[in-house]
Design a protein around this ligand. Structure first.
Ligand SMILES: Cc1ncc(CO)c(N)n1
Length: 234
């Protein structure tokens, strides 16, 4: 039996893939031990990832070569734009992160890099390039989420981020993405490898970045001097 095209792509990126799937953030999330500051950094950045991701899903709907695939992407986009987006909003509320505070936090480099990569893939209008990025994002998340061995964490912010990526419908969607890329990628292997490889790198860097920042909520604490307040007003 020959190896699936997507298995080959993953093998080419194996060390980085494993570093992402087994990342400290993932381990702490699965055990429910992620620090609130780290989770806040992650969710603020990932909510922006989601914006670019929806754009990419739109380009998949536009470029897919079958009606069946278009329907799948449409149904998935529905979940991302409803249940997943409201998960973020409920989590921001629980972590006491206002919209104003979020607006003050700049993009990290991997967030900007991911948005650029997704925009680039969408602009190619090449279904294979688009599929390669989508497949990394969803397959890699499915792989870490299903590693959980103990019970779900009690905190819904942790638990729901796991179950959103480890449930039968999500597993089926990942399998669909892989089948699509298996079906079409071999004839456009260079494009597939390029976008797949860059996406895997960014996934690891995205996790790294949440530990390289301060508590984002400090950006919302009042400063010490009235001069600072005055500056803020202007
Ligand atoms: C950075 C990143 N990669 C993948 C996913 C899963 O869609 C996500 N939410 N964020």
């Amino acid at each position: 039996m020959s190896q699936r095209f997507t298995d080959g792509l993953r093998e080419e990126n194996r060390p980085t893939w494993d570093e992402a799937v087994g990342h400290r953030f993932v381990q702490e999330l699965l055990s429910g031990d992620v620090d609130d500051a780290v989770m806040s950094n992650y969710l603020i950045q990932d909510h922006r990832f989601l914006d670019a991701f929806v754009t990419l899903l739109g380009s998949a709907i536009a470029t897919a070569d079958t009606f069946e695939a278009r329907l799948r992407f449409g149904r998935f986009a529905g979940i991302i734009c409803s249940e997943e987006n409201t998960y973020f909003l409920r989590s921001f509320e629980a972590l006491n992160i206002s919209e104003a505070l979020r607006d003050r936090i700049p993009d990290t480099e991997p967030t900007g890099g991911f948005a650029a990569l997704m925009r680039e893939a969408a602009h190619t209008r090449d279904y294979v390039a688009i599929l390669a990025v989508l497949t990394v994002a969803e397959w890699l998340y499915y792989e870490w989420a299903r590693m959980r061995q103990g019970p779900l964490p009690e905190n819904f912010v942790h638990a729901e981020w796991i179950t959103l990526h480890d449930n039968p419908a999500f597993a089926e969607f990942v399998e669909f993405l892989r089948n699509e890329l298996d079906r079409l990628g071999a004839d456009a292997a260079e494009v597939a490898r390029d976008f797949f490889g860059r996406a895997v790198q960014l996934e690891r860097q995205f996790f790294d970045a949440v530990y390289a920042q301060n508590d984002p909520r400090d950006a919302g604490t009042p400063r010490n001097t009235s001069a600072d307040y005055a500056q803020e007003e202007n």
